[in-house]
Design a protein around this ligand. Sequence first.
Ligand SMILES: [Zn+2]
Length: 274
Amino acid sequence: MRLDFHTHCFPDPLAARAIQKVGHNAGDLLPHTDGTLDGLAALMRRQGVDRFVVLNIATNARQMKDVNDFAARMNEREEVVGFGSVHPKAENVMEELERIKALGLKGVKFQFDYQGLYVDDPCMKPIYRKIAQLGLVTMIHAGFDYGFAPPYMAPPERIANALRWVDSPFIASHWGGLSCAEGVLKHLCGLPLYFDTSYGYGAIAAPTAARILEKHGVERFLFGSDCPWHTPEMELRLLGSLGLSESEMDRVCWKNGAALLGLDREKKTEDLTI
Ligand SMILES: [Zn+2]
């Protein structure tokens, strides 16, 4: 079984424009799908992915409801795990977190460069606490974002600082921080958080990826692609070159993430009913 913990798509009517705009801002990246959920699901199927987490961002307070309703609609598809998003400065942020839980979503994604605050901004303390209370997972965009000029809002040392307030599963995407490998090795490896492998291919040197994997531990890694910007095949090519055993690959590509999202328990329930 294979779980991709980091993918994106957009509502059908917005997909063509949204994907063009995001791709352009990130250096005119060519997307690997048409930006829709159907396009994403087809690519995942072709590349042997059984389940995938879809991430969206509320870039302002007004968008929160629509973003989370979209995630809930996607979540109805068996292969999809939809994550919600809140804007930290929204007046009703706590209520929206409760609604995310009530909608059956498993986690919350933050992209602090789009949202205009640091990962360790003091306003995040009660938000991380609330997420823990609700039993949700936190995912953040970590490190550089090619669509923005510095300073970046979630560099490794600030993520380490924010972790003081975190008491629930926390994922720093892109190997702990896009284009921040030395900072990740220095400030984050070994701390109680997960890294996903998304957008690693071609962006991180294989020997550096191997050092991060070795220092942080296979049990805290989640396979992710960042599709439509990269594909599962691209990330498997990098991951497969790092000398992991078959059972370690299975942990990264399925078991760690399935345990985090309760997919392994779902499976057991299904088995019992047969
Ligand atoms: Zn992404």
